[in-house]
Design a protein. Structure first.
Length: 530
């Protein structure tokens, strides 16, 4: 029996048997929004590339700036900003009436400490830090940047919505070393919902209650900007690892919203009149990350040959199937949905594959049969791509081993720089939203920051110099796009990351919910029950 047929029959069986799980309490439906995240919420610290921790961060915390539907920065906690005539001093004024969940007023010193913690972890933040002479609280409601040279992307840096958003938290938490992650007791922000520590079960359940003291902005809600009006008293997150069980619970109404649905269940859920299926984001780019700090994938020549052997068509077929509306080939290191990004990698990756010739190129690259380890995340959407890549590696003469891990294990393993013989890794597959793969400053995955940057220890000073030129460039689209092409040429020369194509992920919720905001972040505000 095919997997899709099996899942459909399993979902139907669950419904017919009166599926009911004890974790789904029958609370008043109008007051509670029951949500299933794409993966389990384990770590809570919002300064992480773990999507569930990022997403719940928007419930608990707020940001100085948000982004609209075109990813333009707009004031959020900030009332606005003023800039000196020499463009070197920025004063950001906080809007009045903002309080943390413990009742304390939000002060500029809290924001200063939060930014300083954030820019230790985030790529765009690190760029901002390098331009900053001094960041201080000019008074309780004003934070002041004194810059070394103009940085016109300052609001963009503070606003970018994913990877490691610049959330504002109390100074006593933000002043901690970023290597010491925040736990349940520290989940205190000024956002529209409060984290309920007593109901948190790591990897299984988390609960958020409406923050009655939150004062939303008056503008309409867009992406992470505007008026964050919450219409539910509680939002309950429950992890459901099995896709068929999640689909059955959604169809029966025992849950309200499934964040990212298994793509082979799209047809089943679309056929149910009680369920709405829609695209959650303009696009996601799937990619394979090399470990550039461990042999043999520390060899750029070998990485280029492996990249050229991979067929995006085969990868997308494995992940999505044959539905053309859910996929697009994209040979850019950035998302092809965005304007001005040339598909620089097309000459390297597109076209038919001659595996015999590629195997000869592998030898010429200096490969001598060393073992490589491909980590396959079995509980993630990228899982079907791993066997395709494993097959390619073997066809071109790579001594490869595919190891199955869950997402939590991947987060631990990928941080290691141990040699392969000591449990190290060579490659893993993941994906990022348009909001992350938006520009060279934000998209840390394809930067060359070494151990200071994204996992895999890819360090390239020439690439970083090109990115600095892009940041410094005048706001002329022609100049910026020309630099983007040069940046991509260097990225495809060194190949720290292989783009695997674009996928339009789907979300699904009960049809009586209205006000859903398409976004890379599954935000609960603006949603109400009809």
């Amino acid at each position: 029996m095919k997997r899709r047929t099996f899942l459909k029959s399993l979902g139907a069986t669950a419904l017919a048997s009166g599926f009911s799980a004890p974790v789904f309490a029958q609370a008043a439906k109008s007051k509670v929004l029951k949500f299933v995240p794409q993966t389990a919420l384990v770590g809570l610290d919002p300064l992480t590339t773990n999507a569930p921790a990022n997403n719940q961060g928007y419930y608990i915390y707020d940001t100085l700036y948000g982004v609209d539907n075109n990813f333009r920065p707009l004031p959020q906690m900030a009332e606005g900003h003023t800039v000196s005539s020499d463009r070197l001093t920025w004063d950001i004024k906080l809007r009045p009436g903002q309080k943390f969940h413990d009742g304390e007023a939000v002060l500029a010193r809290d924001c200063v400490a939060s930014i300083k913690r954030w820019w230790q972890r985030d790529a765009f933040g690190q760029s901002l830090e390098s331009y900053t002479n001094e960041l201080t609280a000019a008074d309780d409601k004003t934070l002041r940047f004194r810059l070394k040279k103009p940085f016109e992307l300052l609001p963009d840096a503070l606003a970018h919505p994913l990877a490691a958003p610049c959330f504002m938290m109390p100074e006593r938490f933000a002043s901690r070393d970023v290597s010491k992650v925040l736990g349940a007791k520290e989940m205190i922000g000024s956002g529209p919902l409060k984290f309920i520590e007593s109901e948190f079960v790591s990897g299984q359940r988390s609960v958020y209650e409406k923050n009655a003291a939150y004062v939303p902005r008056q503008e309409k809600a867009e992406h992470t900007a505007g008026g964050k009006v919450v219409y539910f008293d509680r939002v309950e997150w429950t992890t459901i690892a099995d896709p068929a069980t999640a689909a059955a619970a959604l169809q029966s109404g025992e849950i309200d919203w499934w964040d990212v649905i298994q793509l082979d269940l799209v047809e089943l859920l679309r056929s149910n009149k009680g369920v709405t299926v829609t695209t959650s984001d303009p696009g996601y780019t799937f990619w394979m990350r090399f470990n550039s700090g461990v042999a043999p994938t520390n060899n750029p020549a070998l990485r280029r040959v492996i990249a050229s052997a991979i067929s995006q068509t085969d990868i997308l077929q494995a992940i999505v199937g044959s539905d053309p509306s859910l996929q697009t080939e994209c040979y850019s290191q950035y998302n092809c949905v965005l304007p001005g990004y040339e598909q620089v990698g097309k000459s390297l990756m597109a076209g038919k594959k001659d595996y015999k010739a590629l195997a000869e190129q592998v030898k010429k690259a200096g490969y001598n049969g060393e073992k490589v380890v491909l980590l396959r995340t079995v509980d993630a959407l990228a899982s079907p791509a791993a066997p395709v890549i494993q097959d390619v590696l073997q066809k071109i003469g790579i001594n490869s081993e595919m190891q199955n891990v869950d997402l939590a294990t991947l987060f631990t393993r990928r941080a290691s720089q141990a040699p392969i013989a000591q449990g190290g890794w060579s490659m893993f597959i993941s994906y990022a939203s348009t909001a992350v793969a938006a520009n060279p400053a934000v998209y840390q995955v394809v930067r060359g920051q070494g151990l200071k940057g994204y996992v895999g220890n890819f360090e390239d000073q020439k690439l970083e110099e090109l990115i600095t030129q892009w940041i410094d460039a005048p706001p002329s689209e022609q100049e910026r796009f020309a630099l983007l092409t040069k940046i991509q040429e260097r990225q495809f020369e060194m190949v720290s990351t292989v783009p695997l194509g674009g996928v339009r992920l789907q979300t699904a919720f009960r049809s009586d919910l209205t006000g859903y905001l398409p976004s890379a972040v599954p935000v609960p505000w603006n949603i109400r029950r009809a």
